[in-house]
Design a protein around this ligand. Structure first.
Ligand SMILES: [Zn+2]
Length: 116
């Protein structure tokens, strides 16, 4: 039974465990996989960077002032992405690198802050 290259789909000749017709196809295949993985990471990094930019802007312009969750969302903040969080009792502090936000219990108002 013929086997086919995972990259170019041509018939493979040689060892029974070969997956690619040659090194060029093997490299193309793996480089494409790595690029797809990098694109996912780049999307996450870009989202966190955008969140941080929004928090930095709010902190510098309205330090110690609560902001409505809807305002953050309208600015493009994505609540699904952050770098880490602190929990202190019922309070949750969510960070995007060095800028963070404190959510009230209903997570409707948010106070931006930065690490000292
Ligand atoms: Zn091939």
């Amino acid at each position: 039974m013929a086997k086919f290259c995972k990259e170019c789909k041509e018939v493979i000749y040689g060892r029974s465990d070969k997956k690619f017709c040659d090194a060029a196809c093997r490299n193309l295949y793996h480089n494409r996989l790595l690029k797809a993985q990098d694109n996912g990471v780049q999307h996450i990094q870009a989202t966190i960077k955008n969140n941080r930019r929004i928090l930095a802007y709010l902190y510098q312009n309205k330090a110690q002032t609560c902001v409505q969750k809807t305002t953050l969302e309208a600015m493009g903040y994505n609540f699904a992405f952050h770098t880490h969080e602190w929990r202190n009792g019922k309070s949750v502090c969510v960070f995007c690198l060095d800028y963070g936000l404190v959510m009230d219990q209903e997570a409707l108002t948010i106070m931006p802050f930065t690490l000292p």
